[in-house]
Structure formats: structure tokens, C-alpha cells
Write a new protein. Structure first.
Length: 43
């Protein structure tokens, strides 16, 4: 059940702080799901 996410934040770094501040349970999982809208950019 371990996973790693790779990516790059190109704007909106304050969002990272908000995600990090979400309350977690004893398993370090968020108590509420964190929904994200993801765009994939191609070079």
C-alpha cells in the first residue's frame, strides 16, 4: 500500500502547503480525500 508520486508544480505552490496541512489518521492517511485536477504537459 505504499506509493510514490512524481511530478512538478509549475504554479500555485500554496496548494502544496494546504495539502501538507490536511489532518491525517493513525496510518498517516488524510481523514478526507484530497481531490486534484491534473494536467499533463508535453514538450
Amino acid at each position: 500500500m505504499n506509493y510514490t508520486i512524481f511530478g512538478e508544480v509549475v504554479e500555485g505552490l500554496e496548494v502544496i502547503d494546504k495539502i501538507a496541512a490536511v489532518k491525517t489518521d493513525k496510518n498517516n492517511r488524510p481523514k478526507e480525500n484530497v481531490r486534484m485536477k491534473i494536467s499533463i504537459l508535453q514538450e
